[in-house]
Design a protein around this ligand. Structure first.
Ligand SMILES: Nc1ncnc2c1ncn2[C@@H]1O[C@H](COP(=O)(O)OP(=O)(O)OP(=O)(O)O)[C@@H](O)[C@H]1O
Ligand SMILES: [Mg+2]
Length: 281
């Protein structure tokens, strides 16, 4: 305040203790952030769940369509195959190379088309599992015997004895077959690639049994890793891109999981994890 001459005569100060106010406002800010983070997390969960549902729905529709088409195409294929056998008899009487050559192409291609259809049907036909007690090592051996990897692939067994599992044997068998096929594909042709190794491993991890497959192929490139389990994703000229998504669906039907556990050198490692005790719901 100034006096009549304009000189400062008094100074007035007002002090407010805002400690409490500030504490409250900081607490409010924290709560707000916390709430925000929780809302964000919940929104993400919801978005994931929705994406999962959309994926399942899409897979179901694709599966039905594929299943229907596969059945329809099987009949004409059967007819082509039979007709080719009849032709074969005629052609063999006539002599010459061209006829047999063309017929062998028909046979091979019909066989391949049938394989594609079997694959599609496997995918479309995922049904509710019918669990049965099964010895995992016996199952692994059976898959190996059936898929019979080529001679340049050496098989290494690290098969630890694990408790019997209660799973749908056919479904787990189907999933493992797809994984073995992929591993063999990844390890390429004989001469260029040299000797290759496929490791099969079984182990117990708490309430789970793990079945792992390791190959000595090139592994999975980072840019394709996220697409691996998408239906119709393939990097193979004659691939369908249904093997892994089918395998994962089959394993999830048992209450288990399938994941890529290692993507690079010395090759890819896929792990199937199956529960010893099936959780309901
Ligand atoms: N062991 C592996 N090593 C490297 N890449 C792999 C391996 N397994 C799968 N992949 C990659 O994942 C892709 C998808 O595999 P998936 O089994 O679903 O389809 P696919 O083998 O191409 O065709 P198919 O429907 O005949 O199985 C493959 O094309 C390949 O690029
Ligand atoms: Mg495959």
């Amino acid at each position: 305040m100034r006096d009549g001459d304009g000189a400062v005569s008094h100074v007035v100060g007002a002090l407010h203790d805002v400690t409490d106010l500030r504490a409250v406002s900081e607490e409010l800010e924290r709560t707000k952030n916390d709430l925000g983070a929780r809302v964000d997390a919940r929104s993400r969960e919801l978005a994931d769940a929705q994406a999962g549902l959309v994926r399942k729905e899409r897979l179901a529709v694709l599966g039905q369509l594929a299943g229907g088409m596969a059945h329809q195409i099987r009949n004409p294929l059967g007819a082509i195959k039979n007709a080719a056998y009849v032709l074969e008899r005629h052609v063999s009487r006539q002599g010459g190379d061209e006829g047999p050559w063309a017929l062998s192409i028909i046979h091979d291609e019909v066989k391949r088309a049938n394989q594609i259809i079997t694959h599609l049907l496997d995918y479309a036909r995922v049904r509710a599992p019918i669990p049965r007690r099964v010895d995992v090592i016996a199952l692994v051996e059976q898959v190996l015997a059936e898929r019979s990897p080529p001679p340049h692939v050496e098989i290494e067994r690290r098969l630890a004895q694990v408790p019997l599992l209660s799973v749908d044997v056919d479904q787990v068998h189907g999933a493992l077959s797809n994984l073995v096929d992929n591993a063999v594909d990844a390890m390429g042709e004989t001469l260029e690639t040299g000797r290759q190794r496929l490791v099969l491993e079984t182990l117990r991890e708490g309430d789970f049994v793990v079945i792992a497959l390791e190959d000595s192929g090139p592994g999975v490139a980072a840019e394709i890793e996220e697409h691996l389990f998408e239906p119709l994703f393939t990097t193979k000229p004659l691939g369908l891109g249904l093997g892994l998504v089918t395998a994962r669906t089959l394993i999830e039907e048992q209450g288990g999981t399938l994941r890529l556990a290692r993507s690079s050198a010395p090759g890819a490692r896929f792990e199937v994890r199956l529960p010893l005790r099936r959780q309901e719901g």
